[in-house]
Design a protein around this ligand. Structure first.
Ligand SMILES: *[C@@H]1O[C@H](CO)[C@@H](O)[C@H](O)[C@H]1NC(C)=O
Ligand SMILES: *[C@@H]1O[C@H](CO)[C@@H](O)[C@H](O)[C@H]1NC(C)=O
Ligand SMILES: *[C@@H]1O[C@H](CO)[C@@H](O)[C@H](O)[C@H]1NC(C)=O
Ligand SMILES: *[C@@H]1O[C@H](CO)[C@@H](O)[C@H](O)[C@H]1NC(C)=O
Ligand SMILES: *[C@@H]1O[C@H](CO)[C@@H](O)[C@H](O)[C@H]1NC(C)=O
Ligand SMILES: *[C@@H]1O[C@H](CO)[C@@H](O)[C@H](O)[C@H]1NC(C)=O
Ligand SMILES: *[C@@H]1O[C@H](CO)[C@@H](O)[C@H](O)[C@H]1NC(C)=O
Ligand SMILES: *[C@@H]1O[C@H](CO)[C@@H](O)[C@H](O)[C@H]1NC(C)=O
Ligand SMILES: *[C@@H]1O[C@H](CO)[C@@H](O)[C@H](O)[C@H]1NC(C)=O
Ligand SMILES: *[C@@H]1O[C@H](CO)[C@@H](O)[C@H](O)[C@H]1NC(C)=O
Ligand SMILES: *[C@@H]1O[C@H](CO)[C@@H](O)[C@H](O)[C@H]1NC(C)=O
Ligand SMILES: *[C@@H]1O[C@H](CO)[C@@H](O)[C@H](O)[C@H]1NC(C)=O
Length: 537
């Protein structure tokens, strides 16, 4: 091997070292190769021009650019060459090389491509239970260089977290979040930031579409299902299902079902409370026990309450009188008949053996008029005894009754006293009563008479008449007044005495006045005589 000749191993080492030393270092044997631009960043798919120039005093051979991209030499002089690279899709290295006087020289430069992510989107913004951690993942597809790419999570305009995007494709950036009530309905978005400021370019960013986060609270308690245990078919009953501590109550859904039947619901919300109301109305066919189920659902979770409701049919018993209106002395039969499995009690007399039917026979008298008969049917439904009662009133036809109790026969009162006279006939139908005084036929005054006058004294003939006969009675009214003549004599005598005393007193007084006058006159005359001298005759 010739002295000075470079060993291939040394050359390889040099080739390795050269790029590290950079283009500014001279090539061996005074040759100096350089590349411009050396390190560059261009948009993906773009093109660029590279100037390889060599400082060589001797013959230059094998002067070129080594790259795996498509290149074209667009210009050249002795000491430099311009190459155009196009369709640059990814990062790589460029190597300008030349042989100067048999000596190899080269320089390596780096080419970086940049591009914006093809898409950025937020995933997993489903319902999140309050107080639980969850992963919010932001998917980033594409984008380079990844070292300059980060994902930023925003709540509205507020930046929450920032993370660099990894190398995997597509990349998955997850943010660990704590679900809270205040985040319910908040808009979250993920923003990618490609920061090329160190490369002398700008900061490029792109945002995902905003998504709303939904957080919820569903208590572990069962809903409160308020329903009657027993429901009579054909009688609608109100049923409520409610739950407190639900968030957001307005977004919960309620199912209230009875078998396959889902009655329409009226749902109201009040703060964190929810109330669903409905009516259930059983039909004859649905008799028996059914499950009533109330389900409250929120965010794929649900709480359930079930209750048994027994539907039953219980018509009131039939209480019948053989005749609604009977004549006194006849026999009436009272019968009570229950439906289904109900047992009856007639007139509160329990039967020896509980039975569906009870009967009573009665020989009616006037006293039985207006008597009521009751029939109570008892039905046992799901361990509860229910009652339904019926009442019938007996009407007995009987002739007029006018006895001492109805119309007392003897009234004796002092004149002027306040009295009430009663006289009423009984009977069904109600009899018509007329009382007339013997002699003048005056009618008997009844009711409140006020101060009694002696004119009503008399004996009255009363007659009660109805379609069923006539009853008569004598009523004596006696008004006592004082018959002693002194009652008149004393006032008359008193008037006479008072009159004579008055006349006497008048006369006496008159006489006295005259005497007084004459005395005065005499005195005046005497005084006149004294004061005037006697006139000549
Ligand atoms: C090439 O290299 C050899 C030895 O390394 C040196 O002697 C010779 O002068 C060089 N040639 C040029 C043109 O520099
Ligand atoms: C290429 O580089 C050399 C050396 O720096 C320079 O002299 C030459 O003008 C360049 N060519 C172009 C087209 O810029
Ligand atoms: C350069 O090479 C050419 C032929 O390739 C030769 O004629 C010439 O003499 C060489 N010049 C030098 C300085 O070696
Ligand atoms: C080119 O990239 C490689 C590896 O990334 C690095 O070691 C080298 O220093 C770079 N070259 C220049 C000139 O920066
Ligand atoms: C959303 O998260 C669930 C687990 O929390 C996971 O199973 C699912 O794959 C995720 N979906 C997406 C699109 O990230
Ligand atoms: C969230 O992601 C981390 C790792 O990325 C994982 O360990 C954790 O189980 C995930 N949590 C949920 C709720 O998916
Ligand atoms: C992203 O990460 C989440 C959880 O960390 C995972 O459920 C999901 O499948 C991942 N998606 C992709 C596309 O890798
Ligand atoms: C309840 O059902 C009965 C018959 O089963 C029907 O006559 C009645 O109108 C219903 N009431 C309501 C409120 O639907
Ligand atoms: C509801 O009724 C069924 C029979 O129909 C019974 O087996 C079940 O125990 C009842 N459930 C309740 C809560 O009473
Ligand atoms: C009760 O009376 C009604 C009519 O008044 C009748 O249709 C029904 O069959 C009776 N029921 C019983 C059990 O007697
Ligand atoms: C029906 O009668 C029963 C027994 O006579 C009684 O206990 C019940 O209170 C009555 N019910 C009604 C609604 O009158
Ligand atoms: C009526 O009553 C008075 C006194 O109470 C009695 O003296 C009289 O005999 C009675 N007359 C009749 C007809 O009962």
């Amino acid at each position: 091997m010739a002295p000075g000749a470079t060993h291939p191993g040394q050359l390889a080492l040099l080739a390795l070292l050269l790029p590290l030393l950079g283009a500014l270092l001279p090539g061996l044997g005074g040759a100096e190769i350089s590349m411009w631009p050396l390190n560059t960043i261009i948009p993906k798919g773009g093109s660029m021009k590279v100037n390889c120039s060599v400082a060589c005093d001797g013959n230059i051979t094998s002067f070129g650019l080594e790259t795996h991209w498509h290149k074209t030499e667009v210009d050249h002089r002795d000491k430099w060459k311009i190459f155009e690279l196009s369709n640059v899709e990814n990062d790589g290295t460029l190597l300008c090389h030349a042989v100067c006087q048999g000596n190899q020289t080269q320089v390596q430069g780096n080419l970086t491509v940049y591009w914006f992510p093809e898409y950025v989107k937020l995933a997993n913004l489903s319902w999140q239970r309050e107080g639980q951690h969850f992963n919010l993942s932001c998917q980033v597809s594409g984008g380079a260089p990844r070292t300059n790419l980060s994902a930023v999570l925003f709540r509205g305009e507020e930046e929450l977290f920032r993370q660099s995007v990894g190398m995997e494709e597509p990349a998955n950036v997850t943010f660990r979040m704590l679900a809270s009530r205040k985040d319910h309905g908040a808009n979250f978005s993920c923003r990618t930031e490609l920061n090329l400021q160190p490369q002398g370019l700008e900061l490029f960013w792109n945002s995902s579409a905003p998504l709303k986060l939904q957080t919820y609270v569903l208590p572990a308690t069962h809903p409160h299902l308020a329903t009657p245990e027993l429901v009579e078919v054909g009688t609608p009953v109100s049923v409520n299902c409610s739950l407190d501590g639900l968030f957001p109550a307005s977004e919960a859904t309620v199912h209230l079902a009875r078998g396959d039947h889902r009655p329409p619901l009226t749902i109201t919300h009040n703060g964190d409370s929810l109330l669903a109301k409905t009516w259930i109305n059983g039909t004859e066919k649905e008799q028996g026990t059914q499950y009533l189920v109330c389900e409250i659902m929120l965010a794929d979770e649900k709480v359930v309450t079930k209750k048994n409701v027994t539907f039953y049919s219980f018509p009131p018993p039939n209480l019948t009188l053989s005749e609604p209106e009977v004549s006194e002395g006849t026999t009436v039969s009272i019968e009570c008949q229950a439906h289904g499995e109900a047992v009856v009690t007639l007139n509160e007399v329990p039967a020896e053996t509980p039975s569906q039917r009870a009967q009573l026979k009665l020989n009616v008298s006037a006293e039985d008029h207006g008597r009521s008969f009751s029939c109570s049917a008892a039905l046992t439904v799901a361990g509860h005894v229910l009652y339904k009662n019926q009442t019938q009133v007996l009407s007995v036809l009987y002739g007029p009754r006018l006895d001492e109790r109805d119309c007392p026969g003897n009234w004796t009162w002092p004149e002027g006293s306040h009295q009430t006279l009663t006289c009423q006939a009984r009977g069904n139908p109600t009899p018509k009563l007329i009382c007339r005084r013997e002699g003048d036929g005056a009618l008997l005054p009844t009711g409140d008479l006020g101060p009694v006058k002696r004119e009503i004294t008399g004996t009255y003939q009363c007659q009660a008449t109805s379609s069923r006969g006539v009853a008569t009675r004598v009523v004596v009214v006696n008004v006592i007044h004082n018959q002693n003549n002194m009652v008149i004599i004393i006032p008359v005598a008193a008037v006479a005495i008072l009159g004579s005393v008055g006349v006497a007193a008048y006369i006496y007084n008159y006489q006295r006045k005259i005497q007084k006058y004459e005395l005065q006159k005499a005195q005046e005359n005497a005084a006149m005589k004294l004061s005037t001298p006697a006139s000549p005759p």
